[in-house]
Design a protein around this ligand. Structure first.
Ligand code: NAD
Length: 409
């Protein structure tokens, strides 16, 4: 029998990685499930619903996880929680693998196997386990809803006896999962939508959603997609051309949603202060990339900033502001991963397929050590930066600078 444990999340996180629906499926697959009392309440799942689905309710986080073979979390948990888990147990969550390398190392040293769901390979087989997609999709939707609600005009065109209300113009920058949903949502609300990206594959998707594609389509643009389907960092020359195009287009826009990201790098800066100043007062910008440095010059993490009548919204965890949907989809992502790679369905026991590419892709620590090469490298850098340099060499200063840059890249 596999034991699954779920602690409560911290105060700032309304989502949870287990729903009554997934409890039923896990129990059917041969697992026993324990959840901390009240852990699902912010997603409107009560203890009673979990109990009826077959879960046991624990009085504390420690009680929920101490006997578990597999623990589900949304965010990276505290070190003390990991210490109360069994050695060799699997901790699965959105562990934010590229920040606070030393904190991650401390978690690894507890001997718990750490799986970061953000690192799930983006292959067809893993689509049902892709947490970035399930959460970004909701964030893209909510960004448009938040912008529409803050915007002091209507989005659709209305022909009334008193005259015509013009349709609002919405511009989406970055057409990945969040951007596509933002286009679809803005179109449903009746806005005139345009979008930009540096990947040529996006052009057709934008058109099929009824939006206009705007981009610098030069030779570099044709090569901008990596084999993994992500964007590359563009050259300075391209960025200049892109900025000129955006500057011209953005003047006439009412709402701009930015979602542009490049894996492992700070978010590209796409909207300058001058561009903000060229927009009409009352316009709204939502910066979905704010957590990774932001696409918009004046955006502030977690805040709404007003500049010359233009509001720039930098709210964090937009998916978490739809916790019922976000938890349901996230819990299904976890269930699919556990069923697909961690459980022997015949024997109804824990059998982690260590050679499976999905396990290899997401596993970041095992047996007390970091096993993901990229994270180990960052950690090596952070430790080298912290270590005192030999006296009189001046090496510490240079080393610190170099390592700090590496840790952010
Ligand atoms: P992302 O969050 O990494 O980035 C968002 C978007 O920003 C991307 O479309 C990117 O091209 C764009 N961008 C980067 N720099 C830019 C710039 N300077 N200007 C304008 N736009 C810029 O992207 P994502 O949502 O994770 O999606 C990335 C890709 O992965 C997409 O092709 C998506 O369809 C694909 N995907 C595949 C799977 C799967 O097969 N399992 C699942 C999800 C997504």
């Amino acid at each position: 029998m596999i034991a699954i444990g779920v602690p409560a999340e911290g105060a700032g996180e309304p989502r949870i990685g287990l729903t009554p629906e997934t409890v039923k499926k896990l129990v059917k697959a041969g697992a026993s499930v324990t959840i901390r009392s009240g852990a699902g309440l912010r997603s409107h799942f009560s203890d009673n619903e979990y109990k009826e689905a077959g879960a046991t309710i624990a009085k504390s986080d420690e009680e929920a996880v101490s006997g578990a073979d597999v623990v589900f979390t949304v965010r990276r948990p505290s070190l003390s929680l990991a210490k109360s888990m069994k050695k060799g147990a699997a901790l699965i969550g959105m562990l934010d693998p590229f920040s606070d390398a030393e904190g991650l190392d401390a978690l690894a040293k507890t001997g718990v196997s750490l799986f970061a769901m953000e690192l799930m390979p983006r292959i067809t087989r893993a689509q049902s386990m892709d947490v970035l997609s399930s959460q970004s999709n909701l964030a893209g939707y909510k960004a448009v809803i938040d912008a529409a609600s803050a915007f002091e005009r209507a989005l659709p065109m209305m022909m009334t006896a008193a005259g015509t209300v013009p349709a609002a113009k919405v511009f989406i920058m970055g057409v990945g999962v969040a951007g596509l949903q933002a286009i679809a949502t803005a179109r449903r609300l009746g806005a005139i939508v345009s979008a930009t990206d540096v990947r040529p594959a996006v052009k057709e998707q934008v058109a099929s959603l009824g939006a206009k594609f705007i981009a610098v389509e030069d030779e570099e643009f044709k090569q901008a997609e990596t084999a993994g389907g992500y964007a590359k960092e563009m050259s300075d020359a391209y960025k200049k051309k892109q900025a000129a195009l955006v500057a011209e287009h953005i003047k006439g826009q009412d709402i701009v949603i930015t979602t542009a990201l490049i894996p492992g790098r700070p978010a590209p800066k796409l909207i300058s202060k001058e561009m903000i100043e060229s927009m009409k007062p009352g316009s709204i910008i939502v910066d979905l990339a704010v957590e990774r440095g932001g696409n918009v010059e004046l955006a502030k993490t977690g805040e709404t900033v007003e500049h010359k009548g233009v509001r720039i919204m930098g709210k964090l965890n937009l998916a978490g502001s739809l916790p019922v949907n976000a938890s349901s989809l996230y819990a299904r992502n976890l269930l699919a991963f556990v069923e697909g790679t961690l459980i022997d369905k015949e024997k109804k026991s824990l059998a982690i397929k260590w050679d499976d590419e999905l396990v290899k892709g997401t596993l970041i620590a095992r047996d007390g050590a970091i096993v993901n090469a990229m994270i180990a490298e960052r950690l090596g850098g952070a430790q080298a930066a912290a270590a005192p340099a030999p006296e009189g060499t001046g090496a510490k200063k240079t080393g610190t600078k170099r390592q700090a840059k590496g840790a952010n890249s």
